[in-house]
Design a protein around this ligand. Structure first.
Ligand code: SAH
Ligand code: DHB
Ligand code: MG
Length: 219
């Protein structure tokens, strides 16, 4: 199977089921123009995040890794009028581009982008979140999962991006810090009785990668 085929299927799904969205297109365009890396979730993945957050009836969402705010906008659109999303971003330039994109999407009143290393800013957060999207530096994934659990309630959902990395997650000898980080978060989920979790391989415009999804099932 080729990348070209995966791209074609993503286009087919996105054209029919996600459909053009000038706000999201503008956010991507502004992010690219500002020189941000082109690593936002794919449109059909953004839509899946949105649907999952809606299934959760999420009122409070925490994202770790904002980039230009593409996934942030998808998630924030799932919120009810009084809902809130906090997104943590290390790079001040990324955070600034994201804030502009989020304002352009009419979501400035619902979304706060907090600049800083997530491991430094997570301890400033209080209360519980209904939905988590972990998509920052992969080496810290297990620690982010620990924090998410601390900030969760029974029923919260935790999604972790990029845990497959061309299948390298199954390579116990990998020296890639991202792969080591992904294996650590999978093992942390496996060892944690308060969650029920699974892993999913995906192909598409983002290549061969995948998500881990955990549901908090106990306090
Ligand atoms: N969720 C975004 C993509 C995020 S890319 C989307 O799908 O649209 C990963 C982001 O994590 C980058 O912007 C990077 O600057 C940020 N990041 C890297 N290390 C971080 C850290 N320690 N704390 C917070 N953010 C970090
Ligand atoms: C990278 C990071 C991501 O979050 C992603 O979805 C794809 C690639 C990266 O750092 O290469
Ligand atoms: Mg990602």
């Amino acid at each position: 199977m080729s990348q070209r085929r995966w791209d074609a299927v993503d286009s087919y799904f996105s054209d029919l089921l996600v459909r053009p969205d000038p706000t999201l297109d503008a956010a991507l365009k502004a992010s690219n123009a500002a020189g941000l890396p082109e690593i936002a979730v794919a449109p059909n993945q953004g839509k899946l995040l949105h649907l999952l957050a809606r299934m959760q009836s999420a009122k409070r969402i925490l994202e770790i890794g904002t980039l230009g705010g593409y996934s942030t906008i998808w998630l924030a659109r799932a919120l009810p009028p009084d809902g809130r999303l906090i997104s943590l971003e290390y790079d001040p330039k990324h955070a600034e581009v994201a804030r502009t994109n989020i304002a352009g999407a009419g979501l400035a009143d619902k979304v706060e982008v907090i600049t800083g290393r997530a491991l430094d800013t997570l301890p400033t957060l209080a209360g519980h979140f209904d939905f988590f999207f972990i998509d920052a530096d992969k080496m810290s994934n297990a620690e982010y999962f620990r924090w998410a659990l601390k900030l969760s309630r029974r029923g919260s959902m935790i999604v972790v991006d990029n845990v497959v990395r061309d299948g390298e997650v199954a390579n116990a000898d990998s020296a890639d810090p991202g792969v080591i980080g992904s294996r650590r978060v999978i093992e942390a989920m496996a060892a944690e009785p308060r969650v029920s979790a699974t892993g999913l391989q995906t192909v598409g415009v983002k290549g061969y990668d995948g998500w881990a999804i955990a549901l908090v099932i106990a306090d």
